[in-house]
Design a binder for this molecule. Structure first.
Ligand code: EPU
Length: 417
């Protein structure tokens, strides 16, 4: 358990470099299972979730080293298709090993995934997709197994536009030499990039970036290097941090093209943000208008940027509305911010309203999940006095060198482990 002591208030100012995308690096690791050669995953963020995902791959037999944001993997040494590593229960993305292991070995068994407690997070869409390609599934209390001896051409219609379910079935399809059509796909930028990397490795794919994708996989995939794209959620979070602390800064690389819905809302609010090449120049301090956001799969407003928006709502003049459609426990961080004096009301598990203009007061608060954790950290930076954040180690799961980056922008943070 870690606790952060934040001495506010600080207007964050300066330049910040965005790390590689957590939610892409976490899928690049299982992708290596279907490759025939050694591969380097570059720009991988050195964060707890990525380290745990790499440990799972290592437990299957792969040789791995992780230094200077490069994960070098020799997947030729993988011999196991049963995941027993306790790391699997620590993150949601562990489930994305199912597809590539099934493709390579015709069978796989793994524990149910873990991850942030942001809602029920079922895996029915994953299992249903595997059933549609002809796999047999056995579910026990702690472990489930999937087997499919002879892959054939198939059509899959995903029940939900689930990010990890799309990735799981895509990585299965990429590793088997048959044609798989997948409909109702999630099209988050990390998925689109994953598909492009698979094409580079030798897959034939039609419909990249569309809801319906057709993949002809191969047992002979090979790629030397996989470069992880910049983390759009970290980039958006820093934009919210500069705006809500009233500071000024430059964020790069800033993947503006994958943050359109977020940037549109900021523009409507009156936030000052200019994009120049791959850099966002953000100036806080002006008047902000209230807003309404409603989270939904990409290209709509990302659930992972919902909580930082509450800080902009806190600074806006009037009542903002947040509708969190994706996960039913993702508004509870507002109860922590209410302890600091935020004028917020959770109307139901999916809807909250926030009135701006309250002077936040320091107190002890607790981070509930990774995205709300960073939000509390920025709220503490906005607040005069000493705020304490409990359960702060959860923030390390998703943000690389976060204290270092915030301190370089002027924040005063002390960690007590
Ligand atoms: N859903 C089902 N059944 C399933 C899978 C999903 O009903 O089998 C529902 C979920 O309950 C949810 C919706 O579908 O309402 C979307 O969930 P999705 O499966 O897309 O979420 P995920 O794949 O578990 C990923 C990210 C999350 C991010 C969501 C939405 C990873 C490892 N996680 O989760 O990231 O919030 O997509 O974009 O890629 C985070 O980074 O903090 C994080 C939670």
């Amino acid at each position: 358990m870690a606790r952060l002591k934040i001495y506010g208030k600080t207007k964050l100012c300066g330049r910040v470099k965005i790390s590689g995308a957590k939610n892409e690096a976490l899928k690049a690791i299982p992708l290596t299972v279907i490759l025939k050669n050694k591969v380097r995953i570059c720009n991988a963020p050195n964060i707890i979730d990525v380290v745990n995902q790499a440990k799972i791959l290592e437990s299957l037999g792969a040789k791995i080293s992780f230094a200077d944001n490069v994960i070098s993997v020799d997947p030729t040494l993988i011999t196991r298709h049963d995941i027993t590593s306790t790391c699997a229960g620590k993150l949601r993305a562990s489930i994305v090993f199912a597809g590539p292991l099934l493709a390579r070995f015709g069978e796989v068994s793994l524990p149910y995934p873990g991850g942030c407690l942001i809602g029920a997070r079922p895996i029915d869409t994953h299992l249903n997709a595997f059933r549609q390609v002809g796999a047999k599934i056995k579910e026990n209390k702690d472990v489930f197994s999937i087997c499919l001896a002879n892959p054939t051409n198939s059509n899959v219609i995903l029940q939900e536009k689930s990010v990890t379910a799309t990735e799981n079935i895509v990585l299965y399809a990429a590793g088997v030499p048959v044609k798989t059509k997948i409909e109702n796909c999630a099209i988050e930028p990390e998925i689109t990039d994953l598909l492009h990397q698979l094409v580079k490795a030798g897959c034939r794919i039609k419909g990249i970036g569309e809801r319906s994708v057709e993949i002809i996989g191969s047992k002979d995939l090979s790629i030397d290097e996989f470069t992880v794209m910049p983390d759009r959620i970290e980039a958006g979070t820093f934009a919210a941090a500069f705006i809500s602390t009233g500071g000024q800064g430059e964020i790069s690389p800033f993947p503006a093209e994958s943050l359109t819905s977020f940037l549109d809302i900021l523009e409507d609010c009156g936030a000052k943000i200019k994009i120049k090449d791959d850099t966002a120049i953000v100036s806080g301090g002006g008047k902000l208008k209230p807003f309404k956001i409603s989270t939904a799969p990409y290209p709509d407003f990302p659930t992972d940027l919902q909580s930082p928006m509450s800080l902009i709502a806190a600074c806006a003049e009037g009542e903002s509305i947040i509708i969190e459609n994706m996960f039913e426990n993702r508004l509870f961080y507002l109860n922590e911010l209410k302890k600091m004096g935020l004028k917020a009301e959770i109307l139901d598990p999916h809807t909250a309203k926030i009135n701006g203009g309250a002077n936040l007061k320091p107190t002890t608060i607790e981070s509930l999940d990774l995205r709300s954790g960073i939000t509390l950290l920025i709220a503490a930076i906005m607040t005069e006095g000493t705020t304490i954040i409990e359960n702060a180690q959860i923030i390390d799961r998703g943000y690389e060198k976060i204290e270092e980056k915030l301190k370089a922008l002027g924040a005063k943070i002390e960690r007590i482990d």
